[in-house]
Design a protein around this ligand. Structure first.
Ligand SMILES: NC(=O)C1=CN([C@@H]2O[C@H](COP(=O)(O)OP(=O)(O)OC[C@H]3O[C@@H](n4cnc5c(N)ncnc54)[C@H](OP(=O)(O)O)[C@@H]3O)[C@@H](O)[C@H]2O)[C@@H](O)CC1
Ligand SMILES: [K+]
Length: 501
């Protein structure tokens, strides 16, 4: 797992630790870690051309001390000061080590130094950055685009909001981000995450002073999907019931059952109106299908299951509402998606239940679920805060889809899915995800684990479908990317599961 803490908690931990250390010791630890990474990235430190972009706070101080360290090892270091304020001891250390200093206003020399640099350290803003970068910070951040130098962000790429990953204007795109003490949420959540490059964590001794994390990113070793044992039969492995599709919308049902069939359940039961049932039987003969009378919404017709998935392509009429109500009246884990969420937006009373409920909205669906009080754009810009609020308000496990999928449950760290790909933003992939998570729920996984593993496997399947590994001289490597369909994601799910073994 990668653990991230809110900025306030990072600061509190730093205060507690600083109180026990000599003045400036923590910054020097951070700077030493930063300099060590830079030294590793350079072919050689002696003679390397290094530019420091230095803001007015301690992030700039880190960069100055790291630059001083590199200068002492023979690098040619130039600091560019973005503000009249700067870390005085840091600048003095750099000067003593032989570093040179420019002001951001010296645009000619600054531009030339950045163009010629082998490595640029971005020390403009760290956890103290707020809102869109102002000038001259923004201009300096833009100057790092399309340059030959390796760009190393100090703690957080400047322009990225450390707490949320929000990017409101210019922001540095780093090759490597060296972060201190713990990850910050903005390093794990897009669009911020996409600005970080490779993230390296430098231990500065904060660990003992940090509380439980606020955000965690799951890695394959953390995911425990149910494995069939020798005693398993199809019923013990779990049966998932899928209620999806309607005479008008049929594809969603086929894709949702596809996700469920590949999710490791012992059996998939599918129930709908005649046309989707016919199509599902054709595509997935392994599913047990039932034509149900939508008006009665009697789930006994479908047979015994251990978890329900309801919603994709279901429609939003009264019959659909009756089905959602029937599912949420059971004492079984239930996942509600797509049209089911539109129904829930007008029937939030149905969420009052004991059994686990997983909701899988995109930003627009979450807007409706939250009573249209939070516009879609706000949800997209403040994904972390909104998913936490939704989980608390709706008393459910909420998986918010997007370029970084987030999964929240009340009083637990928010899970961040690290396997997303923009290729997954295509029709029908959400239906595959809901079927997949439903199968994992039926297999007995707790809701947050099922949602986390489902999002991980789904994202990975998308990546594998877009770029299947090809054999190269040094073993399998990702091939070139191609556009993918939701069906391709279904087909790649077994390969995604195999990576967990
Ligand atoms: N505390 C510790 O023990 C340790 C802390 N460490 C390091 O300190 C960092 C935090 O330092 P920090 O608190 O000084 O804030 P920081 O990120 O430098 O930003 C403040 C500066 O940015 C400026 N600024 C802000 N927003 C802006 C904008 N939109 N556009 C333009 N400018 C903007 C703001 O300007 P002002 O508002 O003053 O005009 C001010 O000058 C942390 O990330 C880590 O690197 C490590 O050494 C480990 C030990
Ligand atoms: K920075």
């Amino acid at each position: 797992m990668r653990y991230a803490h809110e900025v306030g908690k990072v600061r509190a931990a730093e205060q507690a630790l600083m109180a026990r250390l000599p003045e400036g010791a923590l910054m020097r630890r951070a700077a030493a870690g930063l300099a060590a990474t830079c030294a590793r990235l350079l072919p050689g430190v002696y003679g390397a051309r290094v530019v420091l972009l230095v803001g007015g706070g301690d992030n700039g101080g880190d960069a100055l001390y790291a630059g001083a360290g590199l200068a002492r090892r023979g690098a040619s270091v130039v600091a560019v000061l973005a503000s009249d304020r700067f870390h005085r001891e840091g600048l003095a250390a750099l000067r003593t080590a032989g570093g040179r200093v420019l002001k951001a206003a010296d645009t000619g020399p600054v531009g030339a130094a950045i163009e010629d640099a082998d490595l640029v350290i971005d020390g403009l803003t760290g956890i103290g950055g707020t809102g869109a970068l102002r000038e001259p910070y923004a201009g300096l951040a833009r100057r790092t685009e399309d340059i030959d130098a390796i760009v190393v962000a100090c703690d957080v790429p400047s322009g990225v909001d450390a707490g949320s990953g929000r990017v409101e204007g210019a922001a540095v795109r780093a090759d490597v981000t060296v972060t201190f003490g713990t990850y910050k949420p903005g390093l794990l959540i897009d669009p911020g995450a996409a600005h970080c490059g490779v993230v390296e964590l430098v231990d500065i001794g904060l660990g003992a002073h940090l509380p439980d994390p606020d955000v965690v990113a799951a890695w394959p070793v953390d995911l425990r999907v149910p494995q069939p044992g020798s005693e398993s039969d199809k019923y013990r492995r779990g049966v998932v019931g899928v209620l999806a599709g309607s005479e008008r919308y049929t594809g969603a049902a086929v894709l949702c059952v596809g996700g469920a069939v590949h999710g490791g359940a012992g059996m998939v039961r599918f129930a709908s109106t005649p046309h989707p049932v016919e199509l599902v039987r054709h595509h997935w003969p392994e599913a047990v299908t039932t034509v149900i009378d939508r008006t009665s919404a009697a789930l006994e017709q479908v047979g015994q299951v251990q978890a329900w998935v309801v919603g994709p392509g279901l429609g939003t009429d009264e019959d659909a509402e009756a089905l959602v109500e029937a599912v949420l009246s059971t004492d079984l884990p239930a996942l509600v998606d797509a049209d089911g969420l539109t129904v829930l937006a007008r029937r939030r009373d149905l969420l009052r239940r004991e059994a686990p409920t997983v909701l899988t909205p995109h930003a627009g669906e979450l807007t409706r679920l939250l009573g249209n009080r939070t516009p879609r754009q706000t949800i997209e810009a403040r994904r972390l805060e909104c998913v936490q609020r939704a989980a608390a308000e709706l008393s459910a496990t909420v998986l918010l889809k997007g370029s970084t999928t987030l999964i929240a449950e009340q009083d637990r760290p928010v899970r961040v899915n690290p396997t997303g790909t923009p290729r997954l933003a295509t029709a029908g992939t959400g239906d595959v995800l809901s079927g997949l998570i439903g199968a994992l729920l039926a297999g007995g996984m707790p809701a947050i684990e099922a949602a986390t593993a489902g999002a991980y496997l789904h994202g990975l399947a998308g990546r594998l479908a877009a770029a299947p590994p090809t054999d190269g001289p040094s073993g399998p490597a990702p091939g070139r990317e191609a556009p993918i369909s939701a069906q391709d994601v279904v087909t790649a799910l077994p390969d995604a599961f195999r990576t967990l073994a």
